[in-house]
Design a protein around this ligand. Structure first.
Ligand SMILES: [Ca+2]
Length: 306
């Protein structure tokens, strides 16, 4: 199988869905992950999370890019990395060295897919240095809200990844020709529960699952942001960031629409006339993706025994 080259840009370490998404991505045979970039908030803490996950899953050949620290953010999985030190990490880390993006994108023959799981702050920073670098990349971004809002809202409102850095989102959107948007419409109902979740609990010594559940338990206690908390004995939380990965697993199971959208000054994504995108609006067979997710997380043979 020909693998899809991807760069993952994630705001991992705040809401827990990025942790699920990163671990799933690392185990997907379809992907050739070229770089993992951590954005927003305390980026050193976020890099530690990524590094420890890569070490556990034996993927330290994938380089990590640390963007500039912006603020302390919401380090809800801090306890998981409290004894982990980047100076002892055997993998490759680029600390705010923009050039790595250029080297990787230009050094990859196929079109690069940018998997954007957080605000566009880092991508915008790289664009300032290399204005045309991303223009021929395909972007798949969890962002915005077209017809529906968050699960507890009755109409679309602002979505976090856009409103956190509206100008960055606008800049990237207007710059990229091939932009796939995964808005709340298609992301807000993604929850692993029932038998799927029971299967995960049953195999909680499998390294990928153990890593997710350890983080989820800490997050459940320490997270203080706006995401909804569910009982971690029963289900996951809402896993928005899995949807871009589902699209890479099987794009034909999505109902898409080509739309022109604009970004308002408050950060709403509205149907307008500015930017042509492919908008993911519905998933035809969600059970297919839950099944694939569970099978992928289970496939690591080695159990955890450290
Ligand atoms: Ca995210």
């Amino acid at each position: 199988m020909k693998k899809i080259p991807v760069i993952i840009d994630t705001d991992i370490g705040d809401d827990i869905d990025d942790t699920w998404a990163l671990i799933l991505a690392l185990l997907m045979d379809e992907l050739d992950i070229k770089l993992i970039s951590v954005s927003i908030g305390d980026t050193k803490y976020k890099a530690k999370l990524v590094a420890k996950i890569l070490e556990r899953l034996k993927k330290t050949h994938i380089p990590i890019y640390i963007s500039k620290k912006i603020d302390d953010g919401n380090p809800s999985q801090q306890k998981w990395v409290k004894d982990f030190h980047l100076k002892d990490y055997p993998g490759i880390i680029f600390d705010n060295e923009h050039e790595v993006f250029k080297r990787i994108i230009l050094g990859t023959k196929e079109k690069m897919t940018m998997l954007c799981l957080g605000p566009m702050t880092t991508i915008q920073q790289i664009m300032l240095v290399y204005p045309n670098l991303f223009s021929k990349c395909r972007f798949i971004s969890m962002a915005g809200a077209i017809h529906k809002g968050y699960i507890n809202e009755d109409k679309p409102h602002v979505e976090y990844n856009v409103v956190q850095d509206i100008q960055a989102f606008r800049d990237v959107l207007s710059h990229v020709d091939n932009f796939v948007l995964a808005p709340l419409d298609v992301c807000r109902d993604i929850i692993i529960k029932g038998n799927n979740y029971k299967t995960l609990l049953k195999h909680d010594r499998k390294i990928a699952i153990k890593t997710i559940l350890e983080n989820y338990e800490i997050w459940q206690q320490d997270y203080q942001g706006g995401a909804l908390k569910f009982d971690y004995k029963d289900s996951s939380t809402i896993l928005y960031d899995l949807v871009p990965l589902f699209y890479l697993m099987s794009s034909e199971k999505f109902i898409n629409e080509e739309l022109l959208i604009s970004v308002t000054h408050e950060g709403r994504t509205v149907i307008g006339e500015d930017n042509k995108i492919i908008c993911l609006l519905k998933i035809n067979d969600i059970d297919y993706f839950y099944d694939r997710t569970i099978k992928t997380l289970l496939k690591v043979r080695k159990d955890y025994n450290a």
